[in-house]
Design a protein around this ligand. Sequence first.
Ligand code: NAP
Length: 310
Amino acid sequence: MKQPNKAVRIHSYGNQEVTSLDLIDIPQPAAGKVVVRVHAAGVNAIDRKIREGVLKDYFPLPFPITLGAELAGTVHAVGAEVDGFFNGMRVFGFMPTLGAFADYVEVDAALLTSTPDGLPDVVAASLPIAALTAWQALFETGQLKAGQTVLIQGAAGGVGSMAVQLAKRAGARVIATASERNLEYVAALGADVVVDYRAAQPFAHLAASVDLVLDLVGGPALDLLWPLLREAGVLVSTAAPELAARTPANRTGLWFQMRPEPQRLAEIAALVLQREIKAEVASLFPLDSVSEAIDYGYSGKGRGKAVVQF
Ligand SMILES: NC(=O)c1ccc[n+]([C@@H]2O[C@H](COP(=O)([O-])OP(=O)(O)OC[C@H]3O[C@@H](n4cnc5c(N)ncnc54)[C@H](OP(=O)(O)O)[C@@H]3O)[C@@H](O)[C@H]2O)c1
């Protein structure tokens, strides 16, 4: 009997109602690819943005679109010209063109790395986007150094929870913004100063004191952040693709685009295993509740990462 392959797909843009659980064929791996039996897949803001069509001009994908941009599981089949992967091997990684919310997924082998022993799939699946975005935005685009001050806007979310910990571990002074209910959570991650972004004039005491602003929120709130930068300071945004047009003449604003980096991912997974940093998996959802999971981060109830468990 043919095995079912359930996939969470959209056939048009919209809200929760456009997401359907479809039965599709199990893919055969093309050259350079493997098919992964997915055990867990991280939920990200990009799933909602793709579903709603917000990114259709920046990031066009043909319908039907299988959502999900990161996964952990075991190798089910190996394509030609693939070295270093075998059936049953535990792997995890980032899928830049999405497709992770399915039982069986074809993935470019170059995007995957082996899951270390002792790292549960739900934790591995939470890492690729949050950890690589935090690392690359802080230390590569943002060039953060020990002794500098970084302000992380949106610190309670998936990327922010990682960024606070990685910046602190690197010897930076960390100022973190969150809503009131998440202030203690963000402080417990290691932030030196926590700011309730809904307070009146939340940044009044921070003018010209920050070397790097990491903006994980975008929107109108971003405009309040420019005065916080020192003269040579830099603002890096993961959430405002229109940043260049919004950057004041005397300021440096850098739009960030995460890229796959399996080797770095393996290094960050090792830090999690060594308990140097924590992977904050706050919510687990079954596959048939992906729609709710996708909206969870925007429900005002979320923190850390939401992960779908298969
Ligand atoms: N460009 C790239 O390569 C790239 C890569 C990864 C992520 N991203 C983007 O980066 C953003 C963050 O991703 P994520 O996965 O961390 O999202 P997330 O888990 O949904 O977290 C977003 C956080 O923002 C906080 N927030 C909302 N409004 C805020 C405001 N006005 N001021 C401060 N904090 C606010 C929320 O915390 P409270 O509940 O405390 O309000 C929430 O925890 C998303 O827009 C995502 O699409 C881009």
